[in-house]
Ligand binder design. Sequence first.
Ligand code: G6P
Length: 491
Amino acid sequence: RNLLHKQLTGERIIVVSNREPYIHSKKGDGIEVHRPASGLVTAVEPVMRACSGTWIAHGSGSADQLVTDRQDRVAVPPDHPEYTLRRIWLTREEEQGYYYGFANEGLWPLCHIAHVRPIFRSSDWRQYQEVNQRFADAVVREADSDDPVVLVQDYHFALLPGMIRKALPKATIITFWHIPWPNPESFGICPWREELLEGMLGSTILGFHTPFHRKNFLETVDRYLETRIEHESSTISRGGNLTMVESYPISIQWPPPWQERQPPVAQCREELRRELGEGAGHLVGIGVDRLDYTKGILERFRAVEKLMEQHPELVGAFTFVQIAAPSRSALDDYQAFDAQVHTLAQRINQRFSRKGWQPILLKAEHHEPEVVNRYYRGADVCIVTSLHDGMNLVAKEFVAARDDDQGVLVLSQFTGAAHEMHEALIVNPYHIEQTAEAIFRALTMPQFEQRERMRSMRALVRDFNVYRWAGRMLLDAARVRQREKLSARIR
Ligand code: G6P
């Protein structure tokens, strides 16, 4: 954290993301603040607190689900302000086309390949272009020099780097793509693939979670654009602009933010079992996700069902608790998924339930991060079965929560996290029997083995925390800028 601070002395960074880190909503006469369920926010917020500056985001509430007081500029975090949140208000139409339409019905399924067909509409594309331009204008207004450091976040803003570069040629633009990048054939079905790639190449640094996504991106550019790619330095040059494309696995804050004030593990275990109406020896699994079809929640429930079939001794002795934050619920695919998740949980519960016990507890509502942390601490196993996921920070949050060195992580091989967290029990979530067996293995794993695995995963998250993620990108950006200056002098 301190190193990052030093690296940026004198700089005020500008972060741009769609999702805002704090959502203010009206409750009775007052205002309630909550933290959204978003891997992006989890990771970027501590970096912003360390650096200070301005975070530009789409103000929630523009679609009237949340009535805010519509303050354009607020100092956050609310209890101890460290930076400025600058909100951009979108019209209903803009939000529909840019966020729900192009970003979440187009790019999200395009990049995740979870077998949901992407939808591309020209009207959404127009809104996406216009909203990107609105954010680019906001960056220019917020910048207090002609060479600001701008951190552009995610698939909502593929065009933004190019637009900022046009207005501020000397800016240092670090773009991070928080979701997977598919192979060239898959990406190629997007009608506006060239425009998106050109926009992204306005960046100084372009970051992905894994070397695999980075390679897919380089191959995609190679397939669809005229550029010069230097594989050794991992740079792409196009129209006098140089972009370094690298993998920077994202992480979380370390030490975890509630380290000092969290209740002891024993208390969290007891509270969780009390909520379930169970005693001390009861086994508990936890899943924490947005209600999103990429997260493999149906496959996870089927694995719990298989576990009950194959290990009847667990009937009445194990409960799986799924925390599922409602997400993008205006979209058909999400509504259908929500219904499927509820129906499946109900069917499995009916099949196995006994007096006072059911195998799955589905908590389909928003939970604040500190509350989620208590569930992590109270559980015996955390199950992450994404069908495809850029990184998946739930996996890292779970191990960060376990300072007792106990608990087992079952982790999908299709997450970025599986490339780093080898001591998890790695599964193919499409293989229901394999996942069920991994859960069984987790529930019967000796304490010493849990300790060894947990310690080494904790060391990884501690050493490769989110400050390191940001620090590496900033250092690389400085190098690219230097290289560019040198070659300009030679020219
Ligand atoms: C993923 C995306 C983020 C997004 C988050 C929550 O992690 O990469 O950009 O913020 O999901 O989704 P939402 O649509 O609610 O912002």
